[in-house]
Ligand binder design. Structure first.
Ligand SMILES: [Zn+2]
Ligand SMILES: [Zn+2]
Length: 456
């Protein structure tokens, strides 16, 4: 077996690793680079897409599935292997990404034409995303071995990261390779706790938060509650910029719990204003039997975190616009999570300058985004070409992360019986800090550079 670390080597996004085993060529994920690394999405693949037999997709986040449409466009004819929820969610994520790529290409084309240059092609379009979905032809269940050709087989274990996420265990010629995809955090709602690592010859682990701890989930819920009560108590409304996948469903879960126990006013109006968030939430409803024990119990009732009297879901742009004219008492959950687009941008323009309102950030804000500027205390920000004063109260809650933190990673990796350990999916400082922590427990690890290979 040979593994080549194509993407997410010393960086968080762009997960993609090539495995060659018994004459088969497989990819562990085929994800998109985001933020600062986005230009790398246009680089040629360092392998021939026509010669890839399988893509093993660990979960539906864009940084793991986002380049599958391009792979298909460039000749991939094989199968994408995933769990059922991952395939269903990926459809929404890829179509949304394709729309955004088309819009961006359209904008770029206008600029290029003005410069007298040829317009750029979108990275992929809606047609490519739909074609990609035709390759999602193999479903896998947790713990059940899937036999591929040439004596290679695959088992997926629950990664506890987002709905349907898996840790891949690949077996070939008596060798075992384990790849975490993204590893979840323990004790979170909806998802189950991550499975222990199976014994293996090589463990490829993520290390996103290898350098820091998270605040506990319970503390984060209390912070969220206090922020909401402060704002609603002053007659304002709360904006919650939220990622459509997993974070939105968790936020609804938390809000339902607070509302049910009257820890926030029972009169609060909670609005989900995110077309992608609503679509993904509908997929979650379909897979309630995949939730953890508590989640299954909660969702066995007609009233549950996705359906309760205080919650409404916008159906149209008009519904969304109407929210601009409501006063206080509202909690508006909208995308995008880092305020780089979507309906949250409109809500911020209408509310950021109002002293009585509040914004609660519940996810990571990358450098260069509107969300990051607000979190870092900008006095004014530019929204849709207009200067807007930041007078609303701002909160940042860090404990809703879907990733294992430093302690959890150290515990999980050192509990694995692994011949070799390789760290990926993390900034360099996070991975070196994690490597040092593991070294003090007697585990030596490798941190590959992009393009490095390892022979098993
Ligand atoms: Zn992920
Ligand atoms: Zn990831």
């Amino acid at each position: 077996m040979k593994v080549t670390f194509v993407g997410a080597a010393q960086t968080v996004t762009g997960s993609c690793h090539l495995v060659e085993a018994n004459g088969l060529r497989l990819l562990f994920d085929c994800g998109m680079y985001q933020g600062h690394d986005a230009a790398r999405n246009r680089e040629p693949f360092p392998f021939d897409p026509q010669k890839i037999d399988y893509v093993i997709l660990t979960h539906a986040h864009l940084d793991h599935c986002g380049m599958i449409p391009r792979l298909v466009r460039e000749g991939f004819r094989g199968h994408v292997i995933s769990t059922r929820p991952t395939a269903d969610i990926a459809r929404h994520i890829l179509l949304d990404a394709a729309h955004l790529q088309e819009e961006e290409a359209e904008r770029e084309a206008r600029r290029a034409r003005r410069r007298g240059e040829p317009p750029p092609e979108p990275l992929f379009d809606v047609g490519d995303a739909l074609a990609a979905m035709d390759h999602f032809s193999l479903r896998i269940e947790y713990g059940k071995e899937l036999k591929l050709d040439h004596g290679v087989s695959l088992i997926l274990h629950d990664a506890g990261h987002i709905l349907g996420s898996g840790i891949a265990e690949l077996r070939a010629g008596g060798r075992v390779l384990v790849y975490t995809g993204d590893l979840g955090s323990w004790g979170r709602p909806i998802v189950r706790d991550p499975s222990p690592a199976p014994p293996c010859d090589l463990l490829v682990s993520e290390g996103t938060y290898g350098d820091r701890p998270h605040r506990s989930f319970a503390e984060s819920v209390a912070e969220f509650r206090d922020a909401i009560n402060t704002v609603l108590g002053r007659g304002g409304s709360v904006l919650v910029p939220s990622f459509a996948l997993e974070r939105t469903q968790e936020v609804l879960y938390v809000l339902y719990g607070l509302w049910k126990k009257a820890e926030i006013p029972r009169s609060a109006r909670i609005v989900l204003d995110s077309p992608l968030g609503s679509a993904v939430t509908r997929v979650f409803s379909k897979y309630a039997d995949w939730f953890d024990k508590e989640g299954r119990e909660l969702f066995s009732h007609p009233e549950n975190p996705f359906r309760f009297p205080a919650l409404s879901v916008t159906r149209s742009v008009e519904d969304s616009k109407r929210l601009n004219h409501v006063g206080g008492g509202y909690i508006i959950v909208a995308g995008s999570g880092m305020c780089t687009g979507g309906r949250i941008v409109h809500h911020l323009r209408h509310r950021l300058w109002r002293e009585e309102d509040g914004v609660v950030f519940v996810g990571y804000q990358a450098r260069g985004t509107l969300g990051r500027a607000i979190v870092e205390g900008a006095k004014t920000v530019r929204i849709m070409g207009e200067e807007v004063a930041v007078r609303a109260r701002i909160w940042t809650i860090n404990g809703f992360s879907a990733h294992a933190d430093r302690e959890e990673l150290l515990h999980w990796i050192s509990g694995a019986e692994a011949g070799q350990v390789v760290l990926v999916h993390g900034e360099e400082h996070a991975l070196t800090a994690l490597a040092a922590g593991l070294a003090s427990r007697g585990i030596e690890v490798t941190i590959p550079s992009p393009g490095d290979s390892l022979e098993l």
